[in-house]
Write a protein that binds this ligand. Structure first.
Ligand code: 9D3
Length: 245
């Protein structure tokens, strides 16, 4: 059930808030999650502690050198081959990767060790990816300045799925994305605020009508801002009908 993250980064300090605050902070304090930060520069041997070098073939920017990364990964895991080991995932956060989504979060929440390597510059010497058996993951189609924030996104999304991390077991399964649509709008007291009223149906106590209303609002919102999710849902339903015949 418990998960250990090893984060290899040139900015270990960036992770201080995730490790100590909120859901992840609580999971660390309770021993459900262990987070080991590894400073890549500790595995350099020159006096400038350099982790990068100019790309072969020319072009702008710098590329992560293989030696410090191989040494850091081997320090964390012992001698590692490029093959997959049960319970261990080796992930590089890079813009070239497979897009992180809720099914991948769920899958990762079943692993016991996750090694995260945070990218920068123009990327990694490709021998790091191939020689150490890393899979590449991106969090979306926008350009950030490094893989640290994406690593934090991954950790947050995985930790909250661990049994015991949220405190209320059913809530992580009942939510949007897991059932393929966005959340319905929520209201709390007071029933009227600055002239804005809570929809009558929510005050009615009629649970069947409330369910119906929430379902409709959820579909409406999904259609308005995420038509792609509805298309996926329709494809799945067509698939299920075919399975049943
Ligand atoms: C695609 C931009 N690249 C063009 C040559 C250069 C580049 C820019 C920024 C390479 C790496 C980065 C740093 N970003 C990440 O390391 C990163 C990232 C991201 O920028 N967006 C979404 N997910 C991720 S995961 C790692």
């Amino acid at each position: 059930m418990a998960v250990r993250f090893d984060i290899i980064t040139i900015f270990p300090g960036m992770f201080s808030s995730v490790v100590s605050e909120s859901i992840v902070g609580r999971a660390v304090k309770s021993g459900l999650v262990e987070i080991n930060r590894v400073d890549l520069r500790d595995f350099t041997e020159d006096k400038h502690r350099s982790v990068d070098d100019r790309p072969y073939g020319g072009g702008p920017g710098m590329v992560f050198k293989p030696e410090p990364v191989f040494d850091a990964v081997e320090n964390v895991l012992g001698e590692v081959g490029s093959s997959a080991e049960p319970g261990i995932r080796k992930i590089i956060l890079t813009p070239q990767g497979r897009r992180l989504d809720q099914p991948l979060m769920r899958e990762l929440s079943g692993e016991s060790r996750i090694v995260l390597l945070c990218g920068h510059y123009e990327g990694f010497d490709h021998r790091i990816v191939e020689g150490l058996g890393f899979e590449e993951v991106s969090i979306g189609d926008y350009v950030l300045s490094g893989g640290e924030l994406p690593a934090m996104v991954l950790i947050d999304g995985v930790v909250r799925l661990l049994p015991g991390a949220l405190g209320h077991p059913e809530s992580s399964e009942q939510e949007s994305f897991e059932n393929g649509v966005l959340d319905f709008p929520q209201y709390t007291r007071p029933p009227e605020y600055r002239g804005m009223k809570v929809p009558e149906v929510l005050l009615s106590g009629n649970h069947a009508e409330i369910e119906q209303w929430r379902h409709e609002r959820a579909l409406e919102r999904t259609r308005a801002s995420r038509g792609d999710l509805l298309e996926k849902l329709e494809l799945q339903e067509t698939g299920q009908e075919l399975d049943n015949t």
